[in-house]
Design a protein around this ligand. Sequence first.
Ligand SMILES: Nc1ncnc2c1ncn2[C@@H]1O[C@H](COP(=O)(O)OP(=O)(O)OP(=O)(O)O)[C@@H](O)[C@H]1O
Ligand SMILES: [Mg+2]
Length: 350
Amino acid sequence: MNRKNNDTLFTAFSETFPADSFLDSLSTGVIFTDCGGVLTFMNRKAEILLAVFKETVIGKRIDMLPLRTPIYKVMSEDCRDVPLEMNIGGRVLKLRSSEVLSAEKTLLGSIYELSDVTLERDEKRSREEFVAKMTHDLKSPLMVLQGYVQAIKLGMWGDIHPKLQKTLEDMERSGKSLYSMIEDLLDVYRLEMGLVQIKRLPCDLQALLETCCHDRQLEAEEQGVSLLLKVARKCQKVELDAKQFSRVFANIVGNAVKFSPRGSTVTVSAQIRKGNFHVSVKDSGIGIAEKDKALVFKKYFRTEQAAGFKGSGLGLALSKEIVEAHGGTIEVASIEGQGSVFTVIAPIKE
Ligand SMILES: Nc1ncnc2c1ncn2[C@@H]1O[C@H](COP(=O)(O)OP(=O)(O)OP(=O)(O)O)[C@@H](O)[C@H]1O
Ligand SMILES: [Mg+2]
Protein backbone atom coordinates (compact mmCIF):
# COMPACT_ATOMS: atom_id res chain seq x y z
CA MET A 1 0.00 0.00 0.00
CA ASN A 2 1.33 3.46 -0.91
CA ARG A 3 1.39 5.37 2.35
CA LYS A 4 3.34 8.44 1.18
CA ASN A 5 0.58 10.81 0.18
CA ASN A 6 -2.23 9.56 2.34
CA ASP A 7 -0.89 9.79 5.85
CA THR A 8 -3.98 11.42 7.35
CA LEU A 9 -6.32 8.96 5.74
CA PHE A 10 -4.18 6.01 6.69
CA THR A 11 -3.93 7.17 10.31
CA ALA A 12 -7.68 7.53 10.48
CA PHE A 13 -8.23 4.02 9.19
CA SER A 14 -5.45 2.35 11.09
CA GLU A 15 -7.06 3.61 14.29
CA THR A 16 -10.21 1.78 13.35
CA PHE A 17 -8.66 -1.21 11.63
CA PRO A 18 -5.55 -2.72 13.18
CA ALA A 19 -3.85 -3.91 10.00
CA ASP A 20 -4.17 -4.21 6.24
CA SER A 21 -4.36 -7.96 6.66
CA PHE A 22 -7.61 -7.48 8.55
CA LEU A 23 -9.14 -5.58 5.62
CA ASP A 24 -7.66 -8.13 3.23
CA SER A 25 -9.52 -10.94 4.96
CA LEU A 26 -12.91 -9.29 4.38
CA SER A 27 -15.28 -10.86 1.88
CA THR A 28 -16.28 -7.34 0.79
CA GLY A 29 -14.13 -5.26 -1.52
CA VAL A 30 -12.95 -2.00 0.10
CA ILE A 31 -11.42 0.99 -1.65
CA PHE A 32 -10.43 4.36 -0.17
CA THR A 33 -9.93 7.63 -1.98
CA ASP A 34 -8.70 10.85 -0.41
CA CYS A 35 -10.40 14.28 -0.73
CA GLY A 36 -8.70 14.87 -4.07
CA GLY A 37 -10.13 11.66 -5.50
CA VAL A 38 -6.77 9.83 -5.32
CA LEU A 39 -7.00 6.11 -4.73
CA THR A 40 -5.14 5.39 -1.50
CA PHE A 41 -6.12 1.88 -0.51
CA MET A 42 -7.62 -1.23 -1.98
CA ASN A 43 -8.07 -4.58 -0.25
CA ARG A 44 -7.51 -8.03 -1.73
CA LYS A 45 -11.21 -8.68 -2.41
CA ALA A 46 -11.52 -5.44 -4.39
CA GLU A 47 -8.52 -6.51 -6.49
CA ILE A 48 -10.21 -9.84 -7.25
CA LEU A 49 -13.64 -8.35 -7.99
CA LEU A 50 -12.20 -5.70 -10.30
CA ALA A 51 -9.43 -7.88 -11.77
CA VAL A 52 -6.73 -5.33 -11.07
CA PHE A 53 -3.45 -5.21 -9.12
CA LYS A 54 -3.54 -2.42 -6.58
CA GLU A 55 0.07 -1.40 -7.41
CA THR A 56 -1.14 -0.29 -10.85
CA VAL A 57 -3.85 2.05 -9.55
CA ILE A 58 -2.91 3.24 -6.04
CA GLY A 59 -1.79 6.87 -6.08
CA LYS A 60 -3.82 7.64 -9.22
CA ARG A 61 -6.76 10.03 -9.40
CA ILE A 62 -10.05 8.49 -10.54
CA ASP A 63 -9.95 10.42 -13.86
CA MET A 64 -6.46 9.04 -14.51
CA LEU A 65 -7.59 5.42 -14.36
CA PRO A 66 -7.65 3.60 -17.69
CA LEU A 67 -11.04 4.13 -19.38
CA ARG A 68 -13.46 1.22 -19.78
CA THR A 69 -11.70 -0.88 -17.12
CA PRO A 70 -13.85 -2.27 -14.27
CA ILE A 71 -12.08 -0.05 -11.72
CA TYR A 72 -12.80 3.07 -13.80
CA LYS A 73 -16.47 2.08 -14.26
CA VAL A 74 -16.92 1.48 -10.54
CA MET A 75 -15.12 4.59 -9.34
CA SER A 76 -16.84 6.93 -11.78
CA GLU A 77 -20.34 5.91 -10.66
CA ASP A 78 -22.24 8.08 -8.23
CA CYS A 79 -23.22 5.62 -5.51
CA ARG A 80 -22.90 7.87 -2.47
CA ASP A 81 -25.01 6.39 0.32
CA VAL A 82 -27.35 4.73 -2.20
CA PRO A 83 -26.27 1.24 -3.27
CA LEU A 84 -25.98 0.61 -6.96
CA GLU A 85 -25.74 -2.63 -8.90
CA MET A 86 -23.43 -2.97 -11.89
CA ASN A 87 -22.61 -5.74 -14.33
CA ILE A 88 -18.86 -6.19 -14.31
CA GLY A 89 -17.33 -9.02 -16.31
CA GLY A 90 -20.47 -11.14 -16.16
CA ARG A 91 -20.91 -10.67 -12.41
CA VAL A 92 -23.33 -8.42 -10.55
CA LEU A 93 -21.51 -6.14 -8.15
CA LYS A 94 -23.22 -4.11 -5.48
CA LEU A 95 -21.47 -0.85 -4.89
CA ARG A 96 -21.85 1.82 -2.24
CA SER A 97 -19.71 4.76 -1.21
CA SER A 98 -19.78 7.01 1.82
CA GLU A 99 -17.78 9.92 3.17
CA VAL A 100 -15.05 9.32 5.73
CA LEU A 101 -14.83 12.01 8.40
CA SER A 102 -12.14 12.62 11.03
CA ALA A 103 -13.00 12.85 14.73
CA GLU A 104 -13.18 16.64 14.17
CA LYS A 105 -15.69 16.04 11.36
CA THR A 106 -13.38 17.16 8.54
CA LEU A 107 -13.64 15.25 5.31
CA LEU A 108 -10.84 12.73 4.86
CA GLY A 109 -12.07 11.02 1.74
CA SER A 110 -14.46 8.32 0.58
CA ILE A 111 -14.82 4.63 1.22
CA TYR A 112 -16.22 2.30 -1.47
CA GLU A 113 -17.72 -1.07 -0.55
CA LEU A 114 -18.09 -3.74 -3.21
CA SER A 115 -19.87 -7.05 -2.92
CA ASP A 116 -20.60 -9.81 -5.38
CA VAL A 117 -24.38 -10.39 -5.43
CA THR A 118 -24.46 -12.55 -8.58
CA LEU A 119 -25.63 -15.63 -6.67
CA GLU A 120 -28.42 -13.77 -4.84
CA ARG A 121 -29.62 -12.24 -8.12
CA ASP A 122 -29.58 -15.62 -9.88
CA GLU A 123 -31.49 -17.23 -7.01
CA LYS A 124 -34.03 -14.41 -6.98
CA ARG A 125 -34.54 -14.79 -10.73
CA SER A 126 -35.07 -18.55 -10.47
CA ARG A 127 -37.51 -18.05 -7.57
CA GLU A 128 -39.43 -15.52 -9.66
CA GLU A 129 -39.50 -17.96 -12.56
CA PHE A 130 -40.72 -20.73 -10.27
CA VAL A 131 -43.59 -18.63 -8.90
CA ALA A 132 -44.51 -17.42 -12.39
CA LYS A 133 -44.61 -21.03 -13.64
CA MET A 134 -46.65 -22.19 -10.64
CA THR A 135 -49.07 -19.31 -11.14
CA HIS A 136 -49.54 -20.24 -14.76
CA ASP A 137 -49.74 -24.00 -14.23
CA LEU A 138 -52.22 -23.81 -11.36
CA LYS A 139 -54.44 -20.98 -12.50
CA SER A 140 -54.72 -21.62 -16.22
CA PRO A 141 -56.56 -24.99 -16.15
CA LEU A 142 -58.86 -23.67 -13.44
CA MET A 143 -59.74 -20.62 -15.52
CA VAL A 144 -60.52 -22.84 -18.51
CA LEU A 145 -62.80 -24.95 -16.29
CA GLN A 146 -64.53 -21.84 -14.92
CA GLY A 147 -65.02 -20.55 -18.46
CA TYR A 148 -66.80 -23.77 -19.50
CA VAL A 149 -69.01 -23.71 -16.39
CA GLN A 150 -70.08 -20.16 -17.19
CA ALA A 151 -70.71 -20.98 -20.82
CA ILE A 152 -72.93 -23.94 -19.87
CA LYS A 153 -74.73 -21.77 -17.31
CA LEU A 154 -75.42 -19.13 -19.95
CA GLY A 155 -77.00 -21.82 -22.16
CA MET A 156 -74.34 -21.69 -24.84
CA TRP A 157 -74.93 -25.38 -25.64
CA GLY A 158 -78.68 -25.36 -25.16
CA ASP A 159 -81.14 -25.08 -22.29
CA ILE A 160 -80.14 -26.59 -18.99
CA HIS A 161 -82.23 -28.31 -16.37
CA PRO A 162 -82.95 -26.07 -13.28
CA LYS A 163 -81.34 -28.71 -11.04
CA LEU A 164 -78.17 -28.49 -13.10
CA GLN A 165 -78.20 -24.69 -12.67
CA LYS A 166 -77.74 -25.14 -8.92
CA THR A 167 -74.90 -27.66 -9.47
CA LEU A 168 -73.18 -25.26 -11.85
CA GLU A 169 -73.40 -22.49 -9.26
CA ASP A 170 -71.80 -24.79 -6.68
CA MET A 171 -69.05 -25.66 -9.17
CA GLU A 172 -68.47 -21.98 -9.85
CA ARG A 173 -68.28 -21.20 -6.12
CA SER A 174 -65.84 -24.07 -5.49
CA GLY A 175 -63.74 -22.89 -8.44
CA LYS A 176 -63.61 -19.39 -6.96
CA SER A 177 -62.55 -20.66 -3.57
CA LEU A 178 -59.87 -22.86 -5.16
CA TYR A 179 -58.69 -19.83 -7.13
CA SER A 180 -58.37 -17.71 -4.00
CA MET A 181 -56.57 -20.58 -2.23
CA ILE A 182 -54.04 -20.68 -5.07
CA GLU A 183 -53.65 -16.88 -4.82
CA ASP A 184 -53.01 -17.14 -1.06
CA LEU A 185 -50.57 -20.00 -1.49
CA LEU A 186 -48.59 -18.17 -4.16
CA ASP A 187 -48.66 -14.95 -2.16
CA VAL A 188 -47.24 -16.70 0.90
CA TYR A 189 -44.36 -17.90 -1.30
CA ARG A 190 -43.93 -14.49 -2.91
CA LEU A 191 -43.81 -12.79 0.49
CA GLU A 192 -41.47 -15.41 1.95
CA MET A 193 -39.12 -15.02 -0.99
CA GLY A 194 -39.17 -11.24 -0.80
CA LEU A 195 -40.78 -10.97 -4.24
CA VAL A 196 -43.67 -8.74 -3.12
CA GLN A 197 -43.07 -5.04 -3.19
CA ILE A 198 -44.97 -3.50 -0.26
CA LYS A 199 -46.42 -0.16 -1.41
CA ARG A 200 -47.05 2.02 1.64
CA LEU A 201 -49.41 4.86 0.83
CA PRO A 202 -51.47 7.21 3.03
CA CYS A 203 -54.66 5.44 3.92
CA ASP A 204 -57.69 5.83 6.17
CA LEU A 205 -57.51 2.95 8.66
CA GLN A 206 -61.08 3.46 9.85
CA ALA A 207 -62.42 3.27 6.28
CA LEU A 208 -60.34 0.15 5.64
CA LEU A 209 -61.78 -1.57 8.73
CA GLU A 210 -65.32 -0.44 7.87
CA THR A 211 -65.01 -1.98 4.40
CA CYS A 212 -63.61 -5.18 5.88
CA CYS A 213 -66.49 -5.49 8.39
CA HIS A 214 -69.01 -4.62 5.67
CA ASP A 215 -67.61 -7.38 3.44
CA ARG A 216 -67.94 -9.91 6.29
CA GLN A 217 -71.43 -8.78 7.30
CA LEU A 218 -73.32 -11.33 5.22
CA GLU A 219 -71.19 -14.18 6.52
CA ALA A 220 -71.69 -12.93 10.10
CA GLU A 221 -75.47 -12.74 9.62
CA GLU A 222 -75.56 -16.30 8.29
CA GLN A 223 -73.57 -17.39 11.35
CA GLY A 224 -75.84 -15.40 13.69
CA VAL A 225 -72.82 -13.38 14.87
CA SER A 226 -72.84 -9.60 15.50
CA LEU A 227 -69.91 -7.59 14.20
CA LEU A 228 -68.96 -4.52 16.21
CA LEU A 229 -66.38 -1.95 15.10
CA LYS A 230 -64.84 0.42 17.66
CA VAL A 231 -62.33 2.89 16.25
CA ALA A 232 -60.65 5.46 18.50
CA ARG A 233 -60.43 8.98 17.13
CA LYS A 234 -57.12 9.84 15.37
CA CYS A 235 -57.16 6.45 13.70
CA GLN A 236 -57.65 7.70 10.20
CA LYS A 237 -54.23 8.52 8.84
CA VAL A 238 -51.78 5.66 8.49
CA GLU A 239 -49.32 4.65 5.78
CA LEU A 240 -49.63 1.08 4.63
CA ASP A 241 -50.25 -1.15 1.66
CA ALA A 242 -54.05 -1.08 1.83
CA LYS A 243 -54.55 -3.96 -0.60
CA GLN A 244 -52.29 -6.27 1.39
CA PHE A 245 -53.55 -5.13 4.78
CA SER A 246 -57.18 -5.58 3.83
CA ARG A 247 -56.32 -9.29 3.33
CA VAL A 248 -54.94 -9.42 6.87
CA PHE A 249 -58.09 -7.89 8.36
CA ALA A 250 -60.35 -9.96 6.11
CA ASN A 251 -58.68 -13.11 7.39
CA ILE A 252 -58.61 -12.36 11.11
CA VAL A 253 -62.17 -11.00 11.11
CA GLY A 254 -63.25 -13.92 8.90
CA ASN A 255 -61.64 -16.40 11.33
CA ALA A 256 -63.30 -14.75 14.34
CA VAL A 257 -66.73 -14.97 12.67
CA LYS A 258 -66.12 -18.51 11.42
CA PHE A 259 -65.08 -19.90 14.82
CA SER A 260 -67.77 -18.05 16.85
CA PRO A 261 -71.01 -19.54 18.17
CA ARG A 262 -74.44 -18.19 17.22
CA GLY A 263 -75.59 -15.21 19.22
CA SER A 264 -72.05 -14.04 20.08
CA THR A 265 -70.28 -10.81 19.15
CA VAL A 266 -67.01 -10.22 17.32
CA THR A 267 -65.45 -6.90 18.27
CA VAL A 268 -62.92 -5.15 16.04
CA SER A 269 -61.16 -2.26 17.75
CA ALA A 270 -58.44 0.12 16.64
CA GLN A 271 -56.30 2.69 18.37
CA ILE A 272 -53.01 4.53 17.98
CA ARG A 273 -50.28 4.16 20.62
CA LYS A 274 -46.72 5.47 20.47
CA GLY A 275 -46.44 5.68 16.70
CA ASN A 276 -48.10 2.29 16.14
CA PHE A 277 -51.63 1.36 15.26
CA HIS A 278 -53.18 -1.54 17.15
CA VAL A 279 -56.06 -3.47 15.63
CA SER A 280 -57.63 -6.19 17.78
CA VAL A 281 -60.24 -8.72 16.80
CA LYS A 282 -61.93 -10.36 19.76
CA ASP A 283 -64.28 -13.33 19.62
CA SER A 284 -65.91 -15.74 22.06
CA GLY A 285 -65.40 -18.76 19.85
CA ILE A 286 -63.66 -22.13 20.06
CA GLY A 287 -60.36 -20.63 21.28
CA ILE A 288 -56.85 -21.99 20.78
CA ALA A 289 -54.96 -24.35 23.11
CA GLU A 290 -51.70 -23.04 24.60
CA LYS A 291 -49.62 -25.57 22.61
CA ASP A 292 -51.12 -24.38 19.31
CA LYS A 293 -50.76 -20.61 19.75
CA ALA A 294 -47.45 -20.25 17.91
CA LEU A 295 -48.34 -22.93 15.36
CA VAL A 296 -51.44 -21.17 13.98
CA PHE A 297 -49.15 -18.77 12.09
CA LYS A 298 -47.47 -21.65 10.24
CA LYS A 299 -48.55 -22.58 6.73
CA TYR A 300 -51.31 -25.24 6.57
CA PHE A 301 -51.57 -25.61 10.35
CA ARG A 302 -55.14 -25.99 11.63
CA THR A 303 -56.08 -26.85 15.20
CA GLU A 304 -58.02 -30.03 15.98
CA GLN A 305 -60.89 -27.83 17.17
CA ALA A 306 -61.10 -26.29 13.68
CA ALA A 307 -61.89 -29.62 12.03
CA GLY A 308 -65.26 -29.29 10.38
CA PHE A 309 -64.79 -25.57 9.66
CA LYS A 310 -63.79 -24.50 6.15
CA GLY A 311 -60.24 -23.33 5.48
CA SER A 312 -56.80 -24.37 4.34
CA GLY A 313 -54.61 -22.91 7.09
CA LEU A 314 -52.98 -20.27 4.95
CA GLY A 315 -54.68 -17.05 6.07
CA LEU A 316 -52.63 -16.42 9.22
CA ALA A 317 -49.32 -17.39 7.58
CA LEU A 318 -50.06 -14.86 4.85
CA SER A 319 -51.21 -12.24 7.39
CA LYS A 320 -48.01 -12.66 9.41
CA GLU A 321 -45.83 -12.19 6.33
CA ILE A 322 -47.73 -9.03 5.32
CA VAL A 323 -47.66 -7.50 8.81
CA GLU A 324 -43.96 -8.28 9.24
CA ALA A 325 -43.16 -6.82 5.83
CA HIS A 326 -44.61 -3.57 7.26
CA GLY A 327 -42.33 -3.85 10.32
CA GLY A 328 -45.20 -4.97 12.55
CA THR A 329 -46.27 -7.99 14.59
CA ILE A 330 -49.36 -10.14 14.94
CA GLU A 331 -50.15 -11.78 18.28
CA VAL A 332 -52.79 -14.01 19.73
CA ALA A 333 -54.20 -14.31 23.23
CA SER A 334 -56.69 -17.10 23.71
CA ILE A 335 -58.36 -19.47 26.14
CA GLU A 336 -59.47 -22.79 24.71
CA GLY A 337 -63.24 -22.99 24.54
CA GLN A 338 -63.69 -19.34 25.55
CA GLY A 339 -62.41 -17.19 22.74
CA SER A 340 -59.43 -15.43 21.16
CA VAL A 341 -58.03 -11.96 20.57
CA PHE A 342 -55.79 -11.43 17.55
CA THR A 343 -53.86 -8.15 17.66
CA VAL A 344 -51.98 -6.53 14.80
CA ILE A 345 -49.46 -3.86 15.77
CA ALA A 346 -47.65 -1.92 13.06
CA PRO A 347 -45.96 1.47 12.66
CA ILE A 348 -48.30 4.18 11.34
CA LYS A 349 -45.49 5.35 9.04
CA GLU A 350 -42.46 3.68 7.52
N1 LIG B 1 -60.29 -16.74 15.94
C1 LIG B 1 -59.88 -18.01 16.03
N2 LIG B 1 -60.40 -18.84 16.96
C2 LIG B 1 -59.98 -20.12 17.06
N3 LIG B 1 -59.06 -20.68 16.25
C3 LIG B 1 -58.51 -19.89 15.31
C4 LIG B 1 -58.90 -18.53 15.13
N4 LIG B 1 -58.19 -18.01 14.12
C5 LIG B 1 -57.40 -19.00 13.67
N5 LIG B 1 -57.59 -20.13 14.37
C6 LIG B 1 -56.88 -21.43 14.19
O1 LIG B 1 -55.74 -21.20 13.41
C7 LIG B 1 -55.83 -21.97 12.20
C8 LIG B 1 -55.12 -21.24 11.08
O2 LIG B 1 -55.86 -20.08 10.72
P1 LIG B 1 -55.79 -19.57 9.21
O3 LIG B 1 -56.56 -18.34 9.10
O4 LIG B 1 -54.37 -19.58 8.81
O5 LIG B 1 -56.45 -20.78 8.42
P2 LIG B 1 -57.96 -21.11 8.09
O6 LIG B 1 -58.88 -20.03 8.51
O7 LIG B 1 -58.21 -22.46 8.65
O8 LIG B 1 -57.92 -21.22 6.51
P3 LIG B 1 -57.79 -20.02 5.46
O9 LIG B 1 -57.53 -18.76 6.23
O10 LIG B 1 -56.63 -20.41 4.61
O11 LIG B 1 -59.08 -19.99 4.73
C9 LIG B 1 -57.29 -22.18 11.99
O12 LIG B 1 -57.56 -23.29 11.17
C10 LIG B 1 -57.75 -22.41 13.43
O13 LIG B 1 -57.39 -23.72 13.83
MG1 LIG C 1 -58.41 -18.03 7.94
